[in-house]
Design a protein around this ligand. Structure first.
Ligand code: DX5
Ligand code: ZN
Length: 218
């Protein structure tokens, strides 16, 4: 099993202090910084776009893991790449052609990710397993931070790890990840834990909160 990585999501940070909030989790041991981009169309919420990614880029050298909850995504891939994203993840459901989107991301020199909603089966990724670096499994319905983990998604994580047949693909678990749920996610085969509210809510002490999730996932 690959090492467990922790990716705090700045969706739960103080939007007026992104720079400091990113530096704080960087210093606290974050492995990646997760950025949730929402368009008010693919998901019922609007967050931020490439200019925020560009601004955050100046505050950390850690990989910027950009999760696009937008449809269509293709017209914006270049803008996110130029803004400093290291990983760009598109939703399989966002369409129109997942394979084309992943190829476009790799052509931009970035790691390519495919995300699936809780209701989307693992098989929807079977045709792109050699075209991606990251699979993001949503364990809440996308759109908001602070929702409860959907436990029934766990078998799908294991199914995807098996489907990968040893390919070096990161399985990112996103939504409701806490020190209480991270153990089951890792056991099923997830190796990257996105954590928004579990890190940023309830005040600072980010290092303790990140380490608690990492320890629970070991
Ligand atoms: C939800 C986003 C998540 C979110 C996770 O649509 O994709 O990344 O920020 O937040 P928590 O950890 O609070 O569930
Ligand atoms: Zn996300």
């Amino acid at each position: 099993m690959p090492d467990i990585l922790i990716a705090p999501s700045i969706l739960a940070a103080d939007f007026a202090r992104f720079g400091e909030e990113v530096e704080a989790v960087d210093k606290a041991g974050a492995d990646w910084i997760h950025l949730d981009v929402m368009d008010g169309h693919f998901v019922p919420n609007i967050s931020y776009g490439p200019e925020v990614v560009r601004a955050v880029r100046r505050h950390t050298k850690k990989p910027l893991d950009v999760h696009l909850m937008i449809s269509p995504a293709d017209p914006y891939l270049e803008a996110f790449a130029q803004a400093g994203a290291d990983h760009i993840t598109v939703h399989a459901e966002a369409g129109p052609h997942l394979h084309r989107s992943l190829q476009a991301i790799r052509k931009l020199g970035k790691k390519a990710g495919a995300a699936i909603n809780p209701a989307t089966p693992a098989e929807s990724l079977a045709h792109v397993l050699d075209d991606l670096d990251i699979i993001l499994v949503m364990t809440v319905n996308p759109g908001f931070g602070g929702q409860s983990f959907i436990k029934s998604v766990l078998p799908k994580i294991a199914e995807i790890r098996t489907m990968l047949e040893g390919r070096p693909v990161d399985i990112v678990i996103d939504g409701g990840v806490t020190k209480e749920t991270a153990g089951a996610c890792a056991k099923a085969g997830g190796n990257v834990m996105v954590a928004g509210s579990a890190v940023y809510s309830g005040g600072t002490g980010y290092a303790e909160k990140i380490e608690a999730i990492r320890k629970a996932a070991k």
